[in-house]
Design a protein around this ligand. Structure first.
Ligand SMILES: [Zn+2]
Length: 330
């Protein structure tokens, strides 16, 4: 297979991105729906219609498209293409999106969770292109992970492999949304950090972090923390160091287990840049060997905010790659 078009759907927390692109990553057209709060019964036909009209406008027949990739939040029934219980969308329960789109468009659908799809997007189109061993961490509200080991995405027996955010790194740590205590995500996930700061700073309207949040404790997030760090606030800098140490712990474990050539960090990492990465790199030698560390480049997502558009198509490419029908890495 040389050149072919692929269709991708990225189901996010608040929006859905649909993209039609070529296998080399050239985008033909893309669209975004900002209404994930709509009932899926109303939304699914719109999504199918969108895909059909994209193909029609581009003059591409369904038979020319080898697959539709669907990137979904966890948890999901991956092999059956069902979104089961996304945390941010109570209306989207047991939605058979794979079957629906496949029937309406006459194209096979393949599903992956969003973190795995992010890894695949970086693998085929971004910072991890062609790596035999690489790990992607989403670093957003939560910490999701996708692992490429020896040239293949690891999925595990029941598709839970790569749940890196839920490694327990301190059993006496904060309670995580998943029910465990002391998960990596409970220390470093954007939501967990915001909740911690909001609770520790309530009743302190003059604090630098609260001021950076426009005086509203409920608006404190990772960005307001970063602003207070840049402004030199002592408490913010202490928290920042603590988060860097925990990130180094999580990442260091991965480096020694998988010996990856790249660890690619998403959202928070590329948005903040060096101020985020430098302290992590400073702590890493405490958590992995110098040999494995020397082989591993810690980098940020190349696709950045566009990663969602590439996620769905990358799922299809991985499917074809696993079937031996496509290999862009030569
Ligand atoms: Zn957890």
């Amino acid at each position: 297979m040389n050149e072919f078009p692929i269709l991708g759907y990225d189901i996010g927390g608040t929006k859905i991105a649909v993209a039609l692109m070529m296998n080399d990553g050239k985008v033909i057209t893309s669209e975004r729906f900002d209404n994930m709060d709509t009932d899926p019964e109303k939304m699914l036909p719109k999504l199918a219609e969108c895909g059909l009209s994209m193909l029609k406008t581009a003059g591409i027949s369904s038979s020319a498209v080898p697959g539709i990739g669907i990137s979904t939040p966890s948890p999901a029934d991956i092999p059956n293409g069902i979104i089961t219980a996304p945390p941010n969308n109570p209306k989207w329960r047991n939605v058979e999106i794979g079957k629906f789109l496949s029937e309406k468009l006459g194209i096979e659908t393949i599903m992956e969770n969003d973190a795995n799809a992010g890894m695949l997007a970086e693998w085929f189109f971004g910072a991890g292109r062609g790596c035999r061993n690489a790990i992607y961490l989403t670093m957003s509200t939560g910490i999701g992970g996708g692992i490429i080991a020896e040239g293949h995405l690891i999925e595990g027996k029941s598709f839970f492999a790569g749940e890196i955010g839920h490694m327990v790194i301190d059993r006496e740590g904060p309670l995580c949304n998943c029910g465990l205590r002391g998960c990596y995500e409970a220390f470093c996930g954007g939501r967990a950090v915001a909740q911690r700061l909001q609770s520790e700073l309530s009743g302190q309207p003059e604090h630098a972090i609260v001021k950076a949040a426009g005086g509203k404790v409920e608006n404190i997030n990772f960005v307001t923390l970063e602003k207070a760090v840049i402004a030199g606030d002592k408490y913010a800098m202490e928290i920042w160091e603590e988060i860097a140490l925990r990130n180094a712990q999580g990442i260091g474990i991965l480096i020694n287990i998988f010996n990856p050539e790249k660890i690619i960090l998403g959202t928070i990492a590329w948005a903040a840049g060096d101020i985020f990465l430098s302290p992590i790199k400073r702590y890493l030698p405490q958590f992995c060997w110098k040999e494995t560390l020397a082989d591993c480049e810690i980098t940020v997502s190349a696709l950045r905010r566009d990663i969602g558009s590439y996620a769905g198509p990358a799922i299809v490419l991985n499917h074809l790659y696993n079937e031996g029908r496509y290999n862009p890495f030569g």
